[in-house]
Design a protein around this ligand. Structure first.
Ligand code: G16
Length: 547
């Protein structure tokens, strides 16, 4: 039986000691914290990625170094499984165990434990593809990761600086190369070609789209959007803003999808550029989230968030399925989280099956796999559409009986190519939205009028220990601290259309409070009063970022 290369692992471990006072947890989107604390984690993730690949018989595993929407001083790392989806849940515990081993010897012990529990044959090959976003801390963390690969003898491919969804795409493309399920060329160029070819086919015959202003959050999305513009700019003119990836402190600062969603206003850099009625959108720091918005006739900011994207896209797909004569065969469903605006859930549930799951793409993705076509979007703009393998087969083999059916079928097949089905992808989603707007001849205002959002408010509270907060019912209710949920319920009852929930963040060291009510001032008041209950219970302070 092959053994772990203990000497090599110990040798490299000397340069990547774990800080003794820190505890790491593989959370909503992998490990994420201050970049300066992450060196040992990256080294160990390098080792773990190699083991995961060996466990899967040498299939290529993805490693993405990013902290996405978090501030620039943070960084993070997550593993991507062979089909391009998030790491299997049972391995999150392995990751947490390995990251917290207190010494080099403990690390060997933890790795052996993973090998034993996961029944890993160490003689198998291991392959990894890895990338990072534009954070200044990225290069040093990549070096630590590469030491992990070296120690274990991993065959590693560096995808350089790229977006999270492109890394997910590459993982799937590499693992399906030369098979019947080939996902596309295993290169960044292949990704752009795939998206732009499908986009061109879907908007063929439509008039040229109005220019779209894109806020790139001063992140890696800027370079990806630039490459996409080269391919589709003649069909969809893209005006790229916040593209400065070198300016220190600029990433996600006063811009980007998270800013727009949480502040519910235009990024200051976009405000002077946007004309009334003009569409604009914001990506986040690693280009996996997308928020649309426009300024209405009265000069008011109007947000078209993940819920509005889900409503737009789901309705379009349902219509195409019907037009293709497949509505008895293909069922479309939607997956949301507790953050979904109540009005969106009502709108969607009147038309389609809707399921609510805990926050985190991994939860939404798995739930969406249960539908023939599963549309999932978090309100924060993170989402995609999944076509089940049998649905893709049906689309390929179905014999349309009229020209109209044939056209709808072709559109559906092109959508399977346009949409990055591995994970939420801001650029792929942006093209998807533009396709639907072009087909429906919708302006931003017409899209917006599908339903009226209930006023809402998101607040974060810094507490002594966010792990003291435990939830149930897809994070809509607290089970711990005891009695807090009853106090929240009592408060919510006092507000017309009131709804509120509290959950610990998996990406930031905070507790999040969400509230909705019939009137904006009431939603704000409810959010702050619930935050007050959290504060009284757990100590801490509110973050004024969301003021
Ligand atoms: C990540 C996850 C998302 C989640 C978000 C916030 O997004 O991928 O699914 O909604 O974090 O999670 P939490 O409220 O637990 O902090 P991103 O864009 O930061 O990778």
């Amino acid at each position: 039986m092959a053994q772990l290369p203990v000497d090599a692992i110990l040798h490299f471990s000397n340069n990547h000691a774990k800080p003794s006072h820190l505890h790491f947890q593989y959370g909503t989107a992998g490990f994420r914290t201050l970049a300066s604390s992450l060196d040992s984690v990256l080294y160990r993730v390098g080792l773990l990625a190699g083991l995961r690949s060996k466990r899967l018989d040498g299939k290529t595993i993805g490693v993405m170094v990013t902290a996405s929407h978090n501030p620039e001083q943070d960084n993070g790392v997550k593993l991507v499984d062979p089909r391009g989806e998030m790491l299997e849940a049972s391995w999150e515990q392995h990751a947490t165990l390995v990251a917290n081993a207190s010494s080099a010897e403990e690390l060997i012990h933890a790795l052996n434990e993973v090998v034993r529990v996961a029944k890993i044959d160490l003689s198998k090959p291991s392959r990894v593809v890895y990338a990072r976003d534009t954070r200044p801390s990225g290069p040093a963390l990549i070096r630590a990761l590469e030491d992990g690969f070296r120690a274990l003898g991993v065959e590693a491919r560096n995808a350089g600086v790229t977006s999270t969804p492109i890394l997910h795409y590459l993982v799937k493309a590499i693992n399906t190369k030369g098979t019947e399920e080939s996902y596309g060329e295993d290169s960044e160029e292949g990704y752009y070609r795939k998206l732009s070819t499908a986009f061109r086919a879907l908007v063929a015959g439509k008039r040229k789209l109005e220019p779209l202003l894109v806020d790139c959050a001063n992140g890696v999305g800027a370079q990806a959007a630039e490459k996409l513009r080269e391919q589709i700019g003649d069909k969809l003119p893209l005006i790229l803003e916040n593209t400065d990836t070198d300016a220190r402190g600029a990433l996600n600062y006063n811009c980007g999808a998270d800013f727009v969603k949480t502040q519910q206003k235009l990024p200051p850099s976009i405000a002077p550029l946007l004309e009334k009625g003009q569409r604009a959108c914001s990506l986040d720091g690693d280009a996996d989230r997308l928020m649309y918005y426009y300024v209405d006739e009265r000069g008011h900011f109007r947000m078209l968030d993940g819920d509005k994207i889900a409503a737009l896209v789901a309705a379009f797909i349902v219509e195409l399925v019907k037009l293709a004569g497949l509505d008895n065969t293909i069922k479309v469903g939607v997956v949301q989280t507790a953050y979904a605006n109540g009005a969106s859930t009502k709108y969607l549930a009147e038309r389609l099956p809707v399921k609510c799951v805990p926050t985190g793409v991994k939860h939404l993705h798995h739930a969406a796999e249960h539908y023939n076509i599963g549309v999932y979007f978090e309100a924060n703009g993170h989402g995609t559409v999944l076509f089940s393998p049998s649905t893709q087969q049906t689309l390929k083999t179905h014999e349309p009986s009229t020209p109209a059916q044939s056209t709808a079928l072709t559109h559906l097949i092109n959508l399977t190519e346009l949409i990055n089905q591995t994970v939420g992808d801001a650029l792929s989603d942006m093209l998807l939205v533009e396709v639907v707007l072009a087909h429906k001849s919708y302006s931003g205002a017409e899209w917006d009028s599908l339903y009226e959002d209930l006023p809402n408010r998101l607040v974060k509270v810094v507490v002594a220990d966010r792990n003291a907060f435990k939830t149930e019912d897809a994070e809509r209710r607290l089970v711990s601290p005891p009695r807090l949920q009853a106090r929240i319920d009592e408060l919510v009852r006092k507000y017309e259309g009131g709804r509120s929930f509290v959950r610990p963040s998996g990406t930031e060291d905070v507790v999040r409070v969400y509230a909705e009510a019939a009137v904006k001032s009431q939603a704000d008041e409810l959010a702050f009063r619930v935050a007050g209950l959290v504060y009284d219970e757990a100590g801490g302070w509110y973050d004024s970022v969301y003021d």
